[in-house]
Ligand binder design. Structure first.
Ligand code: NAP
Length: 479
């Protein structure tokens, strides 16, 4: 019997996705550049379902039902292009090539256009949930043509995570690179989510002197309420873990230098390109970069003074930190979703924000109770222009604001960096304020570059003759 899907690239992610398809009753043809990984998979898990072993892409393609579905799960970048180049001559019109790796959405757009010209479908699929998710049910974000989704979607939905209400955490996102774009933004939010958790931990430890084991209990408790999420749950696990070698909390022996694979940086770069203010995500990426400048930080410790202020901690400081964490987390989701809206305009994608929030409810790293409410906010007839304006969230954040301000003030006074707590609060205040100092920016730009400005009291574009008699003239818009 021919296979319903072929998987090429059987490192940990590809192998687990292949097993997931097989466990769900699909016949899966397997291929890896070096045959050892194929054999290792079959030896360890060959009894989990129907697999077909192949040694070449020709053999893989020959073993597939039509239209063929070939899922590529190789190293992102050049290797994906190389596999596509080898596959294309072997395929027929209407076949579907799927890239489920972490590809940049602009690469996906390029590949989709190229394969489309050859009569092939190309589907860029964002997959979140790590190794375990790939095996047990990830959150899946497929882009590409609606037609290809008809042939592929049911299979992806079957292997995906399921939300509380049984809905699959997989839905067609939109055309070409939309799936990988949404996955990228998911990762950007994940960066911010992890950074705000880190800031909460640091404040509880450095300002309130709460040790990791006790913090594990606090995070466990937080996980029962509105902060309930995978990342809060595993924070309790990590903080509660003791290092076997030293007997110290593991957190104290892990080097404080954060790695990154690039998807957070991509989110920020795209945000800058689209003029989307993803400040919380940007600060999270920068916080990782600063942490990894270990040599420079070693000098900073010697030459820079703290000059902190004595502070009496607010009475319910732990609860204040919880609220600041919740409010900052909401901002990072709001910024990520705002960026999706910008991208929809830029690339003509029909993004359904309720469906996207819905498929992040389970299976992915940012899964959180909150996503149920975000889904509801964007299912309403009147969609909020910003997540923070949805009535439920406007109310929740209003409740948190006093605590949020107290926590940021404590962080500043004690010299504890809390870049996402404070930049999120600045974003919130920026959204809320009647007047922003951008008026002065425009005045300055007009002064040195005749960039013109608009007035609050009448239509048109104006320029002041700064080096002349300082009278105002109507001007061409040079904004
Ligand atoms: P990986 O380490 O990124 O890549 C290894 C695989 O790529 C191997 O099968 C390797 O074949 C193959 N490969 C490398 N260069 C190749 C080439 N030029 N031609 C053909 N095959 C080539 O594998 P991974 O960790 O399983 O990740 C796969 C993809 O998933 C990546 O895009 C990664 O970023 C993404 N990923 C996603 C998550 C997630 O949570 N969604 C987690 C991890 C990774 P050989 O065995 O022959 O060397």
């Amino acid at each position: 019997m021919p296979a319903q899907i072929g998987v090429t690239g059987l490192a940990v992610m590809g192998a687990n996705l292949a097993r997931n398809f097989a466990r769900n009753g699909y016949t899966v043809a397997l291929h890896n550049r070096s045959v050892g990984k194929t054999d290792a998979l079959l030896e360890a898990h060959g009894d989990e379902g129907d697999f077909i072993r192949t040694e070449s892409l020709e053999e893989l393609v020959a073993n597939l039902e039509t239209p063929r579905r070939v899922l590529i799960m190789v190293k992102a970048g050049g290797p994906v292009d190389s596999v596509i180049d080898q596959l294309v001559p072997l395929l027929d019109e209407g076949d579907i090539v799927i890239d489920a790796g972490n590809s940049h959405y602009t690469d996906t757009r390029r590949r989709e256009a190229a394969l489309n010209e050859k009569g092939l479908h190309f589907v860029g699929v964002g997959v979140s949930g790590g190794e375990e998710g790939a095996l047990l049910g990830p959150s899946i974000m497929p882009g590409g043509s609606a037609e290809s989704y008809k042939a592929l979607g049911p299979m992806l939905e079957k292997i995906s995570a399921k939300a509380d209400d049984g809905a699959p955490c997989c839905a067609w996102i939109s055309t070409d690179g939309a799936g990988h774009f949404v996955k990228m933004v998911h990762n950007g939010i994940e960066y911010a989510d992890m950074q705000v958790i880190g800031e909460a931990y640091d404040l509880l430890r450095s300002a309130a002197g709460i040790e990791p084991a006790q913090q594990a209990e606090i995070f466990n408790e937080w996980n029962q309420g509105e902060l309930s999420s995978f990342l809060i749950e595993i924070t309790a696990e990590v903080l509660g873990h003791t290092d076997a070698a030293t007997g110290k909390p593991l957190i104290d022996v892990i080097q404080d230098s954060a790695g990154q694979k690039g998807t957070g940086r991509w989110t920020v770069q795209s945000g800058l390109d689209m003029g989307s203010p993803v400040s919380a995500i940007a600060e999270s990426v920068f916080a990782r970069s600063l942490s990894s400048q270990r040599d420079i930080r070693a000098v900073g410790q010697k030459v820079l003074t703290a000059d902190t202020t004595e502070v009496t901690l607010p009475e319910n400081f732990v609860e204040d930190v919880r609220q600041a964490l919740f409010a900052s987390k909401l901002v990072s989701y709001a910024q990520g979703i705002d960026m999706l809206t910008s991208a929809a305009g830029e690339y003509n994608w029909q993004l359904k924000l309720d469906e996207i929030a819905g498929l992040w409810r389970e299976g992915c790293i940012i899964r959180a109770a909150l996503l149920k409410d975000i889904t509801a906010a964007y299912s309403a007839d009147e969609k909020p222009a910003n997540l923070l304006f949805a009535p439920a969230f406007a109310e929740a954040i209003a409740k948190a604001v006093p605590a949020w301000r107290r926590v940021v003030a404590v962080a500043v006074q004690l010299g504890i960096p809390a870049p996402v707590f404070s930049s999120s609060l600045a974003y919130y205040d920026g959204l809320r304020r009647d007047r922003l100092p951008a008026a002065l920016t425009q005045g300055l730009r007009d002064f040195f570059g005749a960039h013109t400005y608009r007035r609050t009291d009448k239509e048109g574009t104006f320029h002041t003759l700064w080096s002349g008699d300082r009278s105002e003239i109507a001007a061409e818009d040079t904004h």
